[in-house]
Design a binder for this molecule. Structure first.
Ligand code: ADP
Ligand code: MG
Length: 340
């Protein structure tokens, strides 16, 4: 990948895989693991029915993938954050726009990774904690502002998760780029207050009409954090703005089967336009194309200023170990492999 003026890698997407533990229910149902992670970066996917010696041999020959890092099932939230996201906070402190995505099938651990629980906060909260720490350390006094927006893209409509109501209209603003008109900007003073805010916001995500009390697998949740601060440069202080976007994507099931078809032919089909459009943009970026098709969906319009160029991007692909999820896991690993 090309190196920019300050020696940072640009254009390159860092790709990580996180394996979640088998759930109690999966264990009780006799699920076995079809994933092995070696050296914290190599992932082996094997079809399970294989326990004889001959088959064990075949199992070791399973499909192999290598990523920037792969997190085994016992990896804690802090380690996932430190490896995947901490560096991007440095980017925000240099006035960059950075983004982290969680990609994967429903139930693979995206929301756990991004939001987490009260006891084990995820990337969103750990990133804010780190950001406040660095702002206190590196900026002039308390002269900084952190603003949060939490929004959802569901069926190509954009909603404010901090203040639910009617869909928001996206507008092109000459200074700020694409903005959602009327979106709440919550001024945060510490990471501690944020968890409750985000948990509440997450409960506002659209639910599947057929599945009561279950967060929709088709909703993308986007936390946007804008930090405005002053840093010392030679004898004076200069203002800087950095932006961090943390995205809990819709479930990737169904997306890949139709991946080869054009977006137009998918109109009205029961698939997720924003997720496909994001894949197209990532593929175009990885291939070094000049034209990146941001206009094709609401999600990619919202992320236009946070992908490519001097932006830093990390992708965390979440997978389940269960042999029952073999097909989805394989799709996720292939998708992540192409984002490298
Ligand atoms: P997704 O958002 O991808 O649909 P979730 O994050 O909701 O999936 O995870 C599904 C279930 O698995 C949840 O009950 C969650 O708490 C649990 N889970 C996911 N990842 C982990 C993990 N790394 N450690 C422990 N439990 C996890
Ligand atoms: Mg989820």
């Amino acid at each position: 990948a090309a190196l920019s003026d300050d020696g940072m890698q640009s254009g390159r997407i860092m790709v990580y895989v996180r394996l979640r533990p088998l759930s109690k229910m999966e264990k009780e149902a006799g699920s076995r693991s079809c994933i092995r992670i070696v050296n914290k970066r190599d992932v082996y996917l094997t079809e399970f029915a294989l326990e004889t010696d001959y088959l064990r041999l075949k199992r070791l020959r399973g499909r192999h993938f290598a990523f920037d890092a792969a997190f085994p099932e016992n990896t804690g939230q802090q380690e996932v954050y430190d490896t995947s996201t901490a560096e991007l906070i440095e980017g925000v402190m240099q006035g960059r726009n950075c983004s982290v995505f969680c990609y994967g099938a429903t139930g693979a651990g995206k929301t756990y990774t991004m939001l987490g629980t009260m006891q084990s906060p995820g990337v969103m909260v750990l990133a804010l904690k780190d950001l406040f720490f660095k702002l206190k350390q590196q900026s002039r006094g308390d002269d900084y502002v952190v603003k949060l927006s939490y929004l959802e893209v569901y069926n190509e409509s954009v909603r404010d998760l901090l203040s639910p109501g009617r869909p928001l209209v996206l507008r092109e603003d000459s200074k700020q780029g694409i903005v959602a008109a009327g979106l709440t900007q919550y001024q945060a003073y510490s990471a501690d207050e944020v968890m409750i805010l985000l948990q509440r916001g997450n409960q506002n995500r659209q639910t599947e009409p057929t599945r009561v009390n279950e967060t929709s697998s088709r909703s993308h949740a986007i936390l946007q954090v804008v930090a405005e601060y002053k840093v010392q440069q030679e004898a004076s202080y200069v203002s800087r703005v950095g932006k961090l976007s943390l995205i809990d994507l819709a479930g990737s099931e169904r997306a890949l089967a139709t991946d080869q078809r054009t977006l137009r032919s998918l109109e009205g089909a029961n698939i997720n336009r924003s997720l496909l459009a994001l894949s197209s943009c990532i593929n175009a970026l990885v291939e070094g194309k000049k034209h990146i098709p941001f206009r094709n969906s609401k999600l990619t319009q919202l992320l236009k200023d946070s992908l490519g160029g001097a932006c830093q991007t990390a992708m965390i692909a979440n997978i389940s170990p269960s042999n029952i999820c073999f097909g989805e896991t394989q799709n996720t690993l292939h998708w992540a492999d192409r984002a490298k």
